[in-house]
Design a protein around this ligand. Structure first.
Ligand code: BGC
Length: 267
């Protein structure tokens, strides 16, 4: 079965068919800029443009930068508010004519890292933290995802943590690594105090530059950079779509699949 993974990010919508056994892209990924405003109709079209580049696709898994429960998007911190309560899986399935699974972007990236990357063969509580446009989090207990943790919105000193320590804030405020790292440390220490994870995996584009800021972080929990980098979301989305096809199970992150053909039959 050929599965397409698509990652909806703050700046780009990227996708590629995925080898879900090896956790690798089967073809070079295709990217279009995220429409601005990133409202439902424009983003569905951008996803269709990406999907249209590939042939022989049987299912699609799509990440979304917000809470996703049973294929419905429930929050929209960094995208247009039209996504709140949008039936995302149904909209994508109908537009693409393919069964579609939708899940949170950090959950997808974390699932890929736990299966194939930095969290491989690790037991206990592992936390993925993506530092990007916002702060995304994913929690895994013995490899099983606890979906939709929104710990990037923990309040630190009266402020939403992602407004303190995301990579977008680093860029927008032109913070040096020495200025930004203490903010990341403050955030991670807070999470460490609350949850005592065994490992932090740091993802997002900035994880490519981990050597610039990891040495500046003084925390007890071991910390590693994501290894699948930009492709983690795409790979995790495809793996989730495959699991949804196999039916609900402990690894199913609560995203439903909508069978486009069945939808059409029902009218
Ligand atoms: C959203 C999360 C998302 C994260 C990264 C946050 O603002 O609330 O759902 O995972 O940004 O995109």
């Amino acid at each position: 079965m050929t599965i397409l993974g698509i990652d909806i990010g703050g700046s780009g919508v990227k996708g590629a068919p995925v080898d879900t056994v090896r956790g690798e892209l089967l073809e070079e990924r295709f990217r279009v800029p995220t429409p601005q405003p990133a409202d439902v109709d424009s983003v569905v079209e951008a996803v269709a443009e990406v999907a249209g580049k590939f042939h022989g696709i049987e299912r699609v898994g799509i990440t979304f930068p917000g809470v996703v429960v049973d294929g419905v998007t429930r929050s929209a911190a960094n995208v247009d508010k039209s996504w709140v309560d949008a039936p995302a899986a149904k909209l994508f399935a109908e537009r693409l004519g393919l069964p579609a699974t939708v899940l949170n972007d950090a959950d997808a990236a974390g699932a890929a890292e736990v299966a194939f990357g930095a969290g491989r063969d690790q037991s206990g509580l592992i936390m993925m933290v993506t530092l990007g446009t916002g702060i995304g989090t994913a929690l895994f207990l013995d490899g099983v995802l606890i979906p939709n943790t929104e710990l990037g919105h923990l309040e630190i000193d009266g402020r939403d943590a992602e407004l303190l320590a995301s990579d977008r804030v680093r860029e927008a405020d032109e913070l040096s690594w020495e200025q930004w790292a203490p903010r990341v440390e403050r955030y991670l220490r807070h999470v460490e105090m609350l949850l005592s994870p065994r490992l932090f995996i740091i993802g997002g584009g900035v994880s490519k530059k981990s050597e610039k800021f990891f040495p500046l972080l003084d925390i007890r929990t071991p910390i590693v950079a994501a290894t699948l980098l930009n492709n983690a979301g795409i790979i995790g989305a495809a793996v989730s779509a495959e699991q949804a096809a196999a039916g609900p199970g402990p690894q199913d992150p609560g995203a439903i699949e909508v069978d486009a053909a069945a939808q059409a039959e029902r009218g």
